[in-house]
Design a binder for this molecule. Structure first.
Ligand code: GLA
Length: 359
C-alpha cells in the first residue's frame, strides 16, 4: 500500500516540495494509520547521467537530492520509492537503466530507496525475463531490501515467470480515470482492467502479486459510487493499493473510501488469495475472496445503468445452502443479520455492495 505520483501529477508536476507535502498528508489524513507506506516518485525525477554514468535527479525540481528526500519520507515513518525503465530511455524520454542496472541499484541503495517501479519503454526488443532478472540481481547485490515492481503491462504474461523475479507485476496497460473507456494508445478504464484479471488468480500469493495498476480514486472523473466500486474490486483482487490522487486536499468521501479499514483488511488478508468472479450475468457480477478468519468477502457488482437487485448463493461461494450465515456490510459498517442459503441486495448503478459472509 502506498502512493505514486503518476496518475495525478504525471511528468511535469512533480518536485520535492510536492513529495514532502504528500508525505505530510499521508500522515495527517489517516492514510498512514490505514496502512499506506510507500511514497513512489514515477517518471521524470531523473534528468541525465554524470561523466561516470551516475544517474542524476533533476536539480531544478529536486534541489536537495534524493537522499535528503528519502530521509524526509523516512522521518515520517514512511518508505520511499523511485521509477526507472529497462530500456534506453524511460517512457517520458528520461535516462533509463539498460546497461546501468548494477550502478543504478547501488545508487538507489545509497539513497535508501525502498521500492523500485521498473518500466518497459524503449526496451530494444530485449527478452523481458532476462531484462527484469538483471535488475533483480542488481537490487539483490546492492544489499538493501527493495520492493521490485515490474511494469511491462502484461505484454509477456509476467504472471507465468515473474514470481521469482519481482514482488508485483502489472497485468495490463495504463489505468484511466473512467468506468469503461479506452484510449488509442492503450489506456483503459476500470471495467476493462477488471475483465483482464480473469484467469490470473492462481498466479498471485503472498510476496508475488498481480498488479492491475494504481488507483484513480479521487482524481475527479468518476463518481464516489464508482470510486467505491474501484476500491472494493481492487481489494477483493488482492491488488497493490497505490493511491494516485492528491492527498493534500481530499474530499471527505474520498478519504473515507481510501481508509475503509474493513475493506483494507480484506485486501491485506494474510492468506493472500486473489478473489475471483463466480458469476457473470452480463451486467451483474459476483466476486468472492476467502479470508483467513474462515469468512468469505463478496462483492456484488452492478455494471448497468440502473439500480439492480443482485444475489449470491452459498453454493456459489463454496458453502452448503442449508446453512445460516451472518452478513456484514463493509461500507455501511453494519451487521445486516442472518441469512439462509443466499444474500441479495439492491446495488446502485456502476456500484457495489461489499459484504463479509460468516459461517
Ligand atoms: C508507463 C507506465 C505508467 C507510468 C508511465 C510513466 O506508461 O505504465 O504507469 O509509469 O509509463 O511514463
Amino acid at each position: 500500500m502506498g502512493w505514486n505520483s503518476w496518475n495525478k501529477f504525471g511528468c511535469e508536476n512533480i518536485n520535492e516540495k510536492l513529495i514532502r507535502e504528500i508525505a505530510d498528508a499521508m500522515v495527517s489524513s489517516g492514510m498512514k494509520d490505514a496502512g499506506y507506506q510507500y511514497i513512489v516518485i514515477d517518471d521524470c525525477w531523473q534528468i541525465a547521467r554524470d561523466e561516470s554514468g551516475n544517474i542524476i535527479a533533476d536539480p531544478k525540481k529536486f534541489p536537495s537530492g534524493m537522499k535528503v528526500l528519502a530521509d524526509y519520507v523516512h522521518s515520517k515513518g514512511l518508505k520511499f520509492g523511485l521509477y526507472s525503465t529497462a530500456g534506453t530511455k524511460t517512457c517520458q524520454g528520461r535516462p533509463a537503466s539498460w546497461g546501468y542496472e548494477f550502478q543504478d541499484a547501488r545508487q538507489y541503495a545509497a539513497w535508501e530507496v525502498d521500492y523500485l517501479k521498473y518500466d518497459w519503454c524503449n526496451n530494444g526488443q530485449q527478452n523481458s525475463v532476462a531484462a527484469y532478472s538483471i535488475m533483480r540481481d542488481a537490487l539483490k547485490q546492492a544489499g538493501r531490501p527493495i520492493v521490485y515492481s515490474i511494469c511491462e503491462w502484461g505484454s509477456s504474461k509476467p504472471w507465468l515467470w515473474a514470481k521469482d523475479v519481482g514482488n508485483l507485476w502489472r497485468t495490463t496497460n495504463d489505468i484511466l480515470d473512467c468506468w469503461d473507456c479506452k484510449q488509442d494508445w492503450g489506456g483503459i478504464g476500470i471495467m476493462g482492467i477488471l475483465d483482464q484479471q480473469i484467469g490470473l488468480e492462481s498466479f498471485a500469493g503472498p510476496g508475488y502479486w498481480n498488479d492491475p495498476d494504481m488507483l484513480q480514486i479521487g482524481n475527479g472523473a468518476m463518481s464516489p459510487t464508482e470510486y467505491q466500486a474501484h476500491f472494493s474490486l481492487w481489494s477483493i483482487l488482492s491488488a497493490p493499493l497505490m493511491a494516485g490522487n492528491d492527498l493534500r486536499n481530499m474530499k471527505p468521501e474520498i478519504t473515507q473510501i481510501l481508509t475503509n479499514q474493513e475493506v483494507i483488511a480484506i485486501n491485506q488478508d494474510a492468506l493472500g488469495i486473489q478473489g475471483r468472479k463466480v458469476r457473470d450475468d452480463g451486467e451483474f457480477e459476483v466476486w468472492v475472496k476467502p479470508v483467513a478468519d474462515g469468512t468469505r468477502a463478496v462483492v456484488l457488482l452492478n455494471r448497468s445503468k440502473a439500480e439492480a437487485n443482485i444475489s449470491v448463493s452459498w453454493s456459489e461461494i463454496g458453502y452448503p445452502t442449508t446453512l445460516i450465515f451472518e452478513v456484514r456490510d463493509l461500507w455501511q459498517k453494519k451487521n445486516l443479520g442472518e441469512y439462509r442459503g443466499l444474500f441479495a441486495a439492491e446495488v446502485p448503478s456502476h456500484g457495489v455492495v461489499m459484504v463479509k459472509i460468516k459461517p
